[in-house]
Ligand binder design. Structure first.
Ligand code: SR1
Ligand code: MG
Length: 423
């Protein structure tokens, strides 16, 4: 299959015939297509994902579809998201080596990426639902975020290169549009594709949709998301976009990549840890999850701490971009000035990440795209209890973000709300 063939979706039946002469693939898995075993394993909302095993090894073939898989062809979506995913992956590998799957081949016309098969990795969200405590995720994800967000910004990049990159990713319009609507607006009115656990959450949902302070805050955050082209974001950094073993962590699926505010990736990620925390009560069939809850709060604290430490390190050692130039500070012997500026930058990320986190919690419970942490709780009353606590937590951190000064404060609040008996 060459880049000239018009786009056609692959299937389990056609993949070997269509990719049998692709050298990037045959080199890894073997040329004898009669030995290839193909499985479609995509469980995300948008794309096809195949695992292809051959005589020599295995690889993943990911292909975009011209529509939103979750909804169907009534919602068209351009294939070019595959182009942005490919280019984001190459930048993430350069900025945070070893943090993403190796890329073997990209075909723009077929919107497909052939990449490393990560095994025995599983999706982080699945591991957290199972109650697995992974010792390295806070370190690995904290480093990934600090390195990619710092090195993709004007703190680090050559201005001309950053502006060219900004222009490249500015065309990822349709995926930004999904986030702009699904995350920041739809949860706060009766949008067509919304759903929630009903009738249990009806009253709380009505209360949130009538909450003026919350809606204003959500729109301020949307404004920031749309107008602050600060760095190249992953753009969809939730626990379903991370694969893990007990010792390894890899980030996947950056098709929503674009230039936006640093705090967006950090806030979305931490929100998913907090949602995992609030959902644990629904997964106690085989025993209490107190230790898992404590682990999850510790992971949020550690992730933020690693992020801050690495970001500060990069600030002191790699701040070669056009912002906060060393010529204004260190070169004049003013190290304190550079530290003062770093404090401001970190403080801003902190304020904003709490807002993004609160809104992300809401959209996963009130909007179209729910998450398995809550969805796999079969008892709807129990699920609603977990979701209601998460909704209240989300509202509090989004609206009061400027008055919350530490991750311990946030985690104490989460623990308090989680222990409440009423919803
Ligand atoms: C219609 S796409 C819904 C969600 O799936 C993706 O993973 C993103 O999170 C998006 O918001
Ligand atoms: Mg995805």
């Amino acid at each position: 299959m060459t880049g000239k063939t018009p786009f056609e979706a692959l299937s389990v039946e056609t993949l070997a015939t269509r990719l049998g002469s692709n050298e990037a693939l045959t080199q890894r898995i073997g040329e004898d297509t009669s030995r290839w075993k193909v499985r479609e394993v995509g469980d995300g909302n948008l794309n096809l994902v195949f695992i292809v095993e051959g005589g020599k090894g295995a690889a993943v073939v990911k292909q975009a579809l011209p529509y939103v898989r979750l909804v169907g062809d009534s919602w068209p979506l351009p294939l070019k998201r595959s182009f942005f995913e490919y280019h984001a992956l190459t930048r993430q590998e350069a900025r945070a080596p070893g943090s993403v799957p190796a890329i073997y081949h990209f075909d723009e016309t077929q919107a497909l990426i052939i990449m490393e098969y990560l095994s025995p990795h599983i999706i982080l969200r699945r591991a957290l639902i199972e109650g697995r405590q992974l010792p390295n995720i806070a370190r690995d994800i904290g480093l990934f975020m600090a390195r990619t967000l710092f090195r993709g910004s004007d703190f680090s990049m050559v201005t001309k290169e950053r502006k060219a990159d900004l222009a490249l990713f500015a065309d990822n319009v349709e995926l930004c549009d999904i986030t702009e609507n699904l995350v920041f607006s739809d949860p706060y009115f009766d949008a067509k594709l919304n759903r929630h656990t009903s009738p249990q959450l009806d009253a709380l949902v009505a209360e949130l949709r009538a909450d003026r302070d919350l809606k204003v805050e959500a729109q301020r955050l949307k404004h920031l998301f749309a107008a602050n082209a600060e760095t190249l974001l992953h753009g969809d950094l939730h626990s379903g976009s991370i694969m893990v073993t007990d010792t390894e962590t890899r980030m996947i699926d950056p098709e929503f990549a674009f230039y936006g505010p640093m705090a967006f990736d950090v806030g979305m990620l931490l929100a998913n840890f907090w949602m995992a925390f609030f959902s644990q009560r629904g997964h106690e069939q085989s025993g209490k999850r107190d230790a898992m809850r404590a682990y999850l709060l510790d992971v949020t604290a550690q992730t933020w701490s690693v992020f801050r430490t690495e970001f500060s390190h990069l600030w002191r050692t790699e701040r070669n971009g056009m912002l906060y130039q060393k010529s204004l500070f260190e070169d004049q012997g003013d190290r304190l000035g550079a530290e003062q500026a770093l404090d401001h930058v970190l403080h801003q990320i902190w304020d904003d990440l709490l807002g993004f986190a609160g809104i992300e919690v809401h959209r996963r419970i009130l909007g179209l795209a729910h998450n398995a942490d809550f969805e796999t709780i079969a008892d709807e009353d129990l699920r609603a209890t977990c979701e209601a606590k998460a909704l209240k937590f989300g509202r509090h951190i989004a609206v009061n973000r400027r008055h919350i000064h530490s991750i311990d404060e946030v985690n104490n609040l989460a623990a308090l709300i989680e222990q409440e008996n009423r919803i």
